[in-house]
Design a protein around this ligand. Structure first.
Ligand SMILES: [Zn+2]
Ligand SMILES: [Zn+2]
Length: 331
C-alpha cells in the first residue's frame, strides 16, 4: 500500500508498505478520506511535541472495513466507518480518575494518510446513513468542539462568542445554536468563512475592518457573551476574550497554541470580573455523541477542497494559508 510518512518539518515521503494484518480484536480499513487539522500545521512546523517523527500522521479519517479479526463484533467487511484516533492506557492515575484525556501513556496508531490502516475495534464507529466519507472526517473536530461545549456548562438562553471560523469554530457555532444559545457572535477575518458562519445563523464579524468589542456589546445588551471560545489558540485572542466576555463569564481555550507563545494577562481583570478560564484537551467521552451529531448539523459548506495522497504536504500548506474550511486528502 502507499502511505505518506512525515519525517519532521515539511519533509514527507511517499512510501510502499505492506498492508497491515488485523489481529483478533482489530479492524483493517481502506481509507477513503482524511481531514487536515490545525494541529497538522503545527506538526509540520515542529510545534506539536506530542507526535515525534517519523510517523504516519492524519487523525481525522473515514473508510471502508475490508477485514476484521476473529473476535470483532461491531463491524464487518463493507461497513463504512469513522476512526477515533488513539486510545488511553486505562490504568494510569488519570485514567482511573475518569480523566482519560490526561492519560500519561496514550497510544497512537499510524494515521490516515495511507491507503489502509489497522486499528482496535473500540476505535471504530459506523458512519450514519447519509453521511459521506468526507462529512465523516468532521467527527473528530466535532468531538473536540463537544468537549469544549461540555466544559462551558452553559444554561439555555445564553449568548456565545467564538473567535475563529475554522472547522471547530463553525462546528461550535452549530452545537451552540442547537443546544440553547440564543445568539452566536463569531469573529473571523476570512470572508468565505464568515459567509458560512452567517449561513449557519451566527452574527459574523470581520475583526480587521469592524469594531468587534462594539459589536459584541451591542449584540448582548451591553453585557458581553456569557462565554467566549478561542477556536484559534492565539495569545492575542485569549487577551481579547478576557476583555470581551461578560462579568462572571467563562473563556474557553479550544484552539491549540504554539507551545512557545506567551500571553500577558492582568490578574486584576480576572478578579474584577470574577472570570473562569478553562481549556479543553483532546476529546474524552465525546466521540460517540459527535457521530450522532453529524446527522443534525450542516456539514457540506465546510467541505469541498480535496487533495490526493501524494499531495499531503500541499494540503497541509493550504490549511495553513486558510484555504477552504475542512481540507480532505483522499488516498
Ligand atoms: Zn483534529
Ligand atoms: Zn492512562
Amino acid at each position: 500500500m502507499r502511505t505518506t510518512v512525515w519525517h519532521g518539518g515539511e519533509t514527507f515521503t511517499l512510501e510502499e508498505r505492506p498492508v497491515p494484518t488485523a489481529g483478533s480484536t482489530e479492524v483493517l480499513i481502506q481509507v477513503a478520506a482524511c481531514g487536515i487539522c490545525g494541529t497538522d500545521v503545527h506538526i509540520i512546523e515542529d510545534k506539536f511535541p506530542l507526535y515525534p517523527p517519523p510517523r504516519v500522521i492524519g487523525h481525522e479519517y473515514t473508510g471502508t472495513v475490508v477485514a476484521v479479526g476473529a473476535r470483532v463484533q461491531k463491524v464487518r467487511p463493507g461497513d463504512r466507518v469513522v476512526v477515533e484516533p488513539g486510545y488511553t492506557c486505562g490504568d494510569c492515575y488519570f485514567c482511573r480518575q475518569g480523566r482519560e484525556n490526561l492519560c500519561q501513556q496514550r497510544v497512537v496508531h499510524p494515521g490516515g494518510f495511507a491507503e489502509y490502516t489497522c486499528v482496535p475495534e473500540r476505535l471504530v464507529h459506523p458512519l450514519p446513513e447519509g453521511i459521506s466519507f468526507e462529512m465523516g472526517t468532521l467527527a473528530e473536530p466535532l468531538a473536540c468542539a463537544l468537549r469544549a461545549w461540555d466544559l462551558a456548562a452553559l444554561h439555555s438562553g445564553v449568548c456565545v462568542g467564538i473567535l475563529g471560523g475554522g472547522a471547530v469554530g463553525l462546528l461550535l457555532t452549530q452545537l451552540a445554536l442547537h443546544s440553547g444559545a440564543v445568539k452566536v457572535i463569531l469573529s473571523e477575518p476570512r470572508e468565505h468563512r464568515r459567509a458560512v458562519a452567517k449561513q449557519l445563523g451566527a452574527v459574523a464579524v470581520d475583526p480587521t475592518r469592524e469594531d468587534l468589542p462594539v459589536t459584541m456589546q451591542a449584540e448582548t445588551g451591553g453585557l458581553g457573551p456569557e462565554v467566549i471560545f478561542d477556536a484559534v489558540g492565539h495569545p492575542a485572542l485569549l487577551i481579547q476574550a478576557l476583555d470581551l466576555v461578560q462579568r462572571g463569564g467563562t473563556v474557553l481555550e479550544v484552539g491549540v497554541a504554539d507551545p512557545a507563545a506567551v500571553a500577558s494577562i492582568r490578574p486584576y481583570l480576572l478578579f474584577e470580573k470574577e472570570l473562569t478560564v478553562r481549556a479543553s484537551h483532546m476529546r474524552p467521552y465525546t466521540f460517540h455523541r459527535a457521530v450522532r451529531w453529524l446527522t443534525r448539523l450542516t456539514l457540506a459548506p465546510l467541505l469541498g477542497v480535496e487533495f490526493r495522497l501524494e499531495e499531503t504536504l500541499e494540503a497541509i500548506r493550504s490549511q495553513r494559508a486558510g484555504k477552504g474550511i475542512k481540507i480532505v486528502v483522499k488516498p
